[in-house]
Structures are given as structure tokens and as C-alpha cells.
Design a protein around this ligand. Structure first.
Ligand SMILES: [Zn+2]
Length: 185
């Protein structure tokens, strides 16, 4: 199985670091590439093929920046996983698919379940915010394979303990979510 990993926002934070926590000098782009890189290693160790491309494009592809949708569609990937960190109030994980009823939703549940089962035992405040449909994300709308976008936690909440100290658990959970999905095929 070919897995396309897309850590969110721009490599190095330019032009788009994603959400930030300036008090703790945390940026979404750095956390996302950390989880994505580790996740890719675990997936390769499990025998899957992996491509990883960080990109700031969520609502449309912009000229001059990596086009993750095109790259995934051309490969072609069997599965697409965009990795993000949330902000703006709340705690825990939520995973988006294009719409309900398809393979994307199945993949989203696999990812969501693994994240919650891995992290909630470490920090009981880490909430299961569920699987949601989000048809306006271009990485979900324009990809031709099952695609999800995962928000691994909130950068402006007590989730930062998990986000900064347990990145390896996050990466392993994402990888297990993918292999859980693969085994259902
Ligand atoms: Zn993001």
C-alpha cells in the first residue's frame, strides 16, 4: 500500500507556520513534520510505501508551492493522510473526511480511534472529538484516494504536554490507524 503523508503548513514556517503558541514557542508546522516523519518511518518498517510532502495548501493549490494533491494523485497513492494541530479552544483529537459513508470515513475512524486510545490513558483530558465531514478542504475534495485530515490536539491548551512530550506515541498511533485500515481491506 502506498501512503501519502502531508504534514500541514509550510516547511520551516514560511510562509505559513499554521497555528502557534508563542508562549511556548510552538508552531504547528514543526509539530506536524515531526509526527509525519516518524509516522513514515513506522509505516515503512511495516512494509508500506511512503511519500511525505509538507504543504501550506488547504483551501486550494497555490503556484510556487508544493501541490500535495497533484503529487498524491499522480503517484498514485492508495491513501492520503494530512497531519495538523488545532487551535482555538478545546482539547483532543478530531479527524476529517470528505464525506460520510465511504472509505475516507473508515480511514478516519481508524486514525481517530488509535489516537484517542493511545493518548487519553496518558492524559485523561485528551478528548475524543470524533470524525467529521469537511468537504471544503482541497486535500480531501481533490484527492482521488481515501483521504483524511487529522487534528492531533490543541496547541493552545493542556494538550501541549502530549503534543511536545509524546510525539512518538502520536506518530505510532497514526501509523497504527493506517495499518488498521489496511487490514480491513
Ligand atoms: Zn493546520
Amino acid at each position: 500500500m502506498r501512503v501519502f503523508l502531508n504534514p500541514g503548513h509550510a516547511l520551516g514556517g514560511n510562509p505559513d507556520p499554521g497555528c502557534v503558541n508563542s508562549r511556548y514557542h510552538l508552531r504547528e508546522c514543526d509539530l506536524a513534520i515531526t509526527y509525519g516523519s516518524l509516522c513514515g518511518k513506522y509505516l515503512e518498517a511495516a512494509g508500506l510505501e511512503v511519500k511525505l510532502l509538507q504543504s501550506h495548501n488547504l483551501y486550494g493549490e497555490a503556484p510556487g508551492y508544493p501541490c500535495v494533491v497533484d503529487a498524491a494523485n499522480r503517484w498514485p497513492a492508495d491513501l492520503f493522510l494530512s497531519i495538523h494541530v488545532n487551535a482555538g479552544g478545546g482539547r483532543g483529537a478530531e479527524t476529517y473526511c470528505y464525506n460520510f459513508g465511504g472509505s475516507g470515513e473508515k480511514l478516519a475512524h481508524c486514525i481517530q480511534r488509535q489516537l484517542v486510545e493511545s493518548l487519553a490513558p496518558i492524559d485523561g483530558g485528551y478528548a475524543d472529538r470524533g470524525v467529521k465531514a469537511h468537504p471544503s478542504f482541497c486535500v480531501l475534495r481533490n484527492t482521488t484516494m481515501p483521504a483524511v485530515l487529522v487534528e492531533t490536539g490543541f496547541i493552545d491548551s493542556d494538550d501541549i504536554g502530549l503534543l511536545t512530550q509524546h510525539g512518538d506515541e502520536i506518530a505510532r498511533a497514526l501509523a497504527r490507524g493506517v495499518t488498521d485500515y489496511e487490514q480491513q481491506q
